[in-house]
Structure formats: structure tokens, C-alpha cells
Design a protein around this ligand. Structure first.
Ligand code: EPU
Length: 418
């Protein structure tokens, strides 16, 4: 099993490039199934969730591959509606986007229950609710999902009971080619939702995102396009957290401030200095940060995907702080790992109360993607050499995390086990 070794305790100085947003690239890749034409997608991160998604599309008969360092070409003109690689679909949450795309293109979708990071139940009833409004019938038996439209899908007024990135995206995918006007209320407004809508509009769709609702005027077909994915906001914030605990100064080339201004404001109050222009964010820290209390919530508020890394930061913060998790109540796998490093963390229901701790190196196990990133943040700030196991989780969503932290001056190494 591959590992990452981190020698903590030194300041970070350097610059690195922020890649494309994983959670945008994935729905855009699955949206290409709606298009009988070639699409060129730029700024796609080389992470395993992307590689696996391209493999799923290839299994269905599409051309789907990297044709440049971060450029993907997808031609789904000749795909069939049958998914060949069920085990791969069950490994990943984003494969749920097959439901919306296949329902739209073939009038039906049969697939296993999508997987994803292991932090508790990940229900999909809101996705299915969206499809039902459009006239499809949905059923689940022995972990297999069947969605079927007896007749052509029809436009609808849909209200989701819960704000969900996945259900919003899937409902958009299913309705973009449906005649008439579909309105989806109570939608997610994360930058990745906007990125997908921008992509579809560039392909000829007529979609307007109005904050809490999305209005879709169905079009007959979509055409191929060249499109560039937004920079990854969680990758940017993770490296900012590294600078927060270590001190130093980092230039994050390509990072987009407007997507993360809510968190940057909190980082500012914790003592980080943040400057940005159109090409970069520069973050500076004396390594002597203040605590904060945060509650995760849908965008534009505090992102759940930064919860574990932020909790790791609080272990080094004067006065400590709290994180309350309102999106995924099971997202606390990192806590027991930080305990191994000496962290004072008390869990109470869906909150953690964290005090400033004497953090030391330890051998740690990543329990999911962002938990793995949190262990790297903590290891960079702690004295001594830590080892992070289960690197497979981290490479699902961070491209070359070792190279990028090395660019910033971090003493970090990838240990390939044969
Ligand atoms: N939910 C339901 N029913 C549904 C759908 C969602 O109850 O039918 C609940 C979820 O259990 C959760 C909340 O609604 O409590 C929000 O879930 P959402 O659907 O927004 O999450 P998701 O689409 O499954 C995406 C990202 C996650 C990110 C969340 C929230 C992808 C592939 N995944 O998941 O990313 O945490 O949105 O922003 O885009 C990550 O990158 O580490 C990651 C987990």
C-alpha cells in the first residue's frame, strides 16, 4: 500500500498551480453522454475519480480520454445505454450522474447504487424525486436502481425537499432536453453546479440559475464544445490551511477568490493574510493562528469538504474552536487519527470541540478523501515525521498533492510500496 511521509515543523514558502475542480469535472464528463458530438474539456484534474469516470464512459462505447496533460476529449455519439462496469460505478458517488444523463438520452437507466466516501448514508431519494416529477418511474431492488420513462419525459415544476448538489445536477441533466419549461426550486448553488450549467449552456442549453431556483427551457439537442473547468476551491483552501498551520507564504496560481470569499473571511479573522488578483491568491501566515467556530452548510456558507482540514488547523489555533457538521453527520473519521498525534478533540453529536494541542508525529490512516487531506495538514504542522496510509482515498480528489506541497516547500514524500 502506498504511503505519504511528512516531515513537519517547517515554514512553507513557494508557489504552486491549482488544478481544475474535481466536483465540476465529474458532472461535465457525465453530461457529455447527452451530446452526440465531440467535446474538449480543459483543466480536468488527473484524479482517480476522473480516470474511473472516463473508464465507465469508454465501457459504454464512448471515446473518453486525456489527450493532453489536463485536456479530455469525449465523443459519446455512439454509446449504448448499457453500463458495463458495475463495480466501478459502485465505487464512486459521481457515477450517480449516469442516472440523469442516461434517462435523458435513452429514456431509461439501470445501475448499481453509487458509492462514495464512507461517511454515513448517502441517500438518493431527492434525485429520484426529480426524475419522477419529469414522468419517470424509479425503483431500487437488491442495490440495483432502475429508472424508466414509459413515454417522453415532460417538463415540470419540481421542488426538492433538501438542498443537494447531486440531486440538483441530476435533475438538470434529465430536464435539459425536455420540451417546455422546467423549474427546479430549492437548488444547490455551489460553483460546481454553476460550472455544469455554464457548460451545458455553451453546448446550446437554455438554463438560468436564479439563486434558489433553476429555470430550464428545453432544447432539441446539444452540440459539442471546448470548455474550461473552474479551479478547485477545496484544493485551494486545503493548501491555505497548510500555510495556516506552518506559517510562511504561498502563491496559489489559478485559484479563484470569489468562490471562497466566505472562508477567506474566516481565515482572515484567524490571522492569515490573503491577497488575490485575477491570476492567483497569495496567503501569508505567521503560523500563530487564532481559533474559530464554524458550521458547515450549503454554498455560499462553510463547505463540508473543508471540515476535516479546518479541524486539523484548529489543533494549532490559540483558543481552539469548534466545527459543527450539518451536511454529513458521519464525517468524523479523522478524529481518532488526530488523537494519535496528541490532539485534544471532544466529539459531541455532530460537533467537535478542539483545543490547541501539542501535536506530534504519528502513523495515521486516511479514512476518506478530505480526512486524508486533514492528516497531511496536521502532519505538516506537527514536529517529527508522520506517515499517512491509505493514500488511495487522497488521490481520488487531489492531483499530485505531494508535488504541490513540495512546490510550497513542504517536506513530503510519496512512498510507493511494491
Ligand atoms: N441528501 C439526501 N437525499 C438525497 C441527496 C442528498 O438526504 O437524495 C442529503 C445528503 O445525505 C447530505 C445532503 O443532502 O446530507 C447534501 O448532499 P449532496 O447531495 O449535496 O452531496 P453529494 O452530491 O452526494 C457532493 C460532492 C461532495 C460534497 C457534497 C456537498 C461530488 C461528487 N460530491 O456530494 O464532495 O461534500 O456535494 O457539497 O460532487 C468531496 O469532494 O470530498 C465530497 C464528498
Amino acid at each position: 500500500m502506498d504511503k505519504i511521509s511528512v516531515e513537519g515543523g517547517s515554514r512553507l514558502y513557494g508557489r504552486t498551480v491549482i488544478g481544475g475542480m474535481k466536483n465540476s469535472a465529474l458532472p461535465v464528463i457525465y453530461a457529455c453522454l447527452l451530446i452526440k458530438d465531440e467535446c474538449i474539456i480543459e483543466n480536468v484534474p488527473r484524479v482517480s475519480d476522473v480516470e474511473n469516470s472516463l473508464q465507465i464512459l469508454r465501457g459504454m462505447g464512448a471515446y473518453a480520454d486525456f489527450v493532453g496533460e489536463h485536456t479530455v476529449r469525449i465523443d459519446a455519439s455512439s454509446v449504448g445505454g448499457e453500463i458495463k462496469d458495475f463495480p466501478l460505478v459502485s465505487k464512486m458517488r459521481a457515477s450517480s450522474y449516469l442516472m440523469g444523463s442516461l434517462l435523458s438520452r435513452f429514456g431509461e437507466a439501470h445501475l448499481p447504487m453509487p458509492g462514495g466516501c464512507n461517511f454515513g448514508a448517502r441517500p438518493i431519494e431527492q434525485h429520484l424525486k426529480g426524475f419522477s416529477y419529469l414522468g419517470a418511474t424509479c425503483s431500487e431492488e437488491n442495490g440495483l436502481i432502475t429508472i424508466k420513462a414509459k413515454e417522453k419525459l415532460k417538463s415540470a415544476k419540481i421542488t426538492l425537499d433538501k438542498i443537494s448538489v447531486g440531486a440538483t445536477i441530476n435533475t438538470v441533466l434529465a430536464s435539459v432536453l425536455v420540451d417546455g419549461e422546467t423549474v427546479i426550486e430549492n437548488v444547490a448553488r455551489e460553483p460546481h453546479v454553476i460550472d455544469l450549467i455554464n457548460f451545458l449552456n455553451a453546448c446550446g442549453a437554455k438554463i438560468v440559475h436564479l439563486g434558489s431556483k433553476i429555470v430550464i427551457e428545453g432544447v432539441k439537442e446539444l452540440h459539442g464544445i471546448k470548455y474550461r473547468i473552474y479551479p478547485d476551491m477545496i484544493e485551494s483552501l486545503t493548501y491555505m490551511a497548510c500555510v495556516g498551520v506552518c506559517g510562511g507564504e504561498a502563491e496559489l496560481i489559478g485559484a479563484e477568490f470569489s468562490h471562497i470569499s466566505y472562508v477567506c473571511d474566516i481565515f482572515g479573522k484567524m490571522g492569515l493574510e490573503i491577497k488575490s488578483d485575477r491570476e492567483r491568491i497569495i496567503v501569508k501566515s505567521r503560523g500563530n493562528i487564532n481559533g474559530a467556530d464554524v458550521i458547515t452548510a450549503p454554498y455560499p456558507l462553510f463547505p463540508t469538504d473543508l471540515h476535516p482540514q479546518f479541524a486539523a488547523m484548529l489543533c494549532f489555533a490559540n483558543g481552539g474552536g469548534t466545527v459543527t457538521e450539518e451536511i454529513f453527520p458521519g464525517r468524523f473519521g479523522y478524529v481518532a487519527e488526530l488523537w494519535k498525534m496528541g490532539a485534544h478533540i471532544v466529539r459531541e453529536k455532530n460537533s467537535v470541540i478542539i483545543s490547541k494541542s501539542e501535536m506530534h508525529a504519528a502513523e495515521l490512516d486516511a479514512t476518506d478523501l478530505r480526512a486524508g487531506a486533514a492528516l497531511i495538514v496536521a502532519s505538516l504542522g506537527a514536529d517529527g515525521r508522520s506517515i499517512v496510509n491509505n493514500v488511495g482515498y487522497i488521490v481520488r480528489g487531489y492531483e499530485n498533492i505531494v508535488g504541490k506541497i513540495s512546490d510550497l516547500g513542504g517536506k513530503i514524500k510519496f512512498i510507493k510500496e511494491i
